[in-house]
Design a protein. Structure first.
Length: 203
């Protein structure tokens, strides 16, 4: 969202001007992205531990796809940060003229977006398995699982990137709904500990 306010999709000159005029804001976007991925890794691991008693195979699949997706998305953020280096005026970049550096900056932003979109497919599969595990569990409300399943399937539209981009804001609302409902439930109500222990013993 921060980057969207600075990046002009088809105008490298305007994009470079916006980034240079607010470099701290652009860099803050990078920081937010890294915090997001750190939280994603933590949540993926915690859900694996929590839901492993339900179905070890499905829990492992959710973990692996989640870690792969988070890793891909983290790598993408190196491309997001690249314009700050390209436009920073370093001496070794004088072999490029200004217009080339501006074009490269916009290109790297676009590469960041494409790689991040690729990551959403893996994260969607992870979320689908997470939803399946919640539905199958005896210690969490099935509704939370249904929302996660629908959200996970939604991210699979990024198998066709143009469609995913067109539906992005609808998908992000659905994804945030799932995250808020599940996180809110765990923070406020937690899990039925007795049923969790029973399912863990059976598993």
């Amino acid at each position: 969202v921060i980057a969207n306010g600075l990046v002009v999709p088809r105008d490298a000159v305007a994009t470079a001007h916006n980034i240079l005029s607010q470099p701290r804001l652009y860099a803050f976007g990078y920081t937010v992205f890294l915090i997001e991925m750190a939280a994603q890794l933590a949540m993926t691991t915690l859900f694996y531990v929590l839901l492993r008693p339900v179905d070890r195979t499905a829990a492992l699949l959710s973990l692996v796809f989640g870690l792969v997706g988070a890793t891909i998305k983290t790598v993408a953020r190196a491309f997001y940060y690249a314009p700050l280096l390209l436009l920073g005026g370093a001496g070794y970049l004088t072999v490029f003229d200004v217009s080339q550096l501006q074009a490269l900056s916009l290109l790297f932003v676009k590469i960041n977006n494409q790689i991040a979109n690729m990551a959403l497919v893996f994260l969607g599969i992870s979320t689908f398995f997470l939803g399946y595990l919640i539905v199958k569990s005896t210690f969490l409300p099935r509704l939370l699982g249904v929302v996660s399943i629908v959200s996970g399937l939604g991210w699979l539209v990024y198998l066709y990137p143009a469609l995913g981009s067109a539906l992005f804001y609808y998908l992000i609302v659905l994804a945030m709904l799932g995250v808020l409902l599940t996180s809110g439930w765990l923070l406020v109500r937690g899990v039925d500990e007795q049923r969790w222990r029973e399912q863990a013993q059976v598993g």
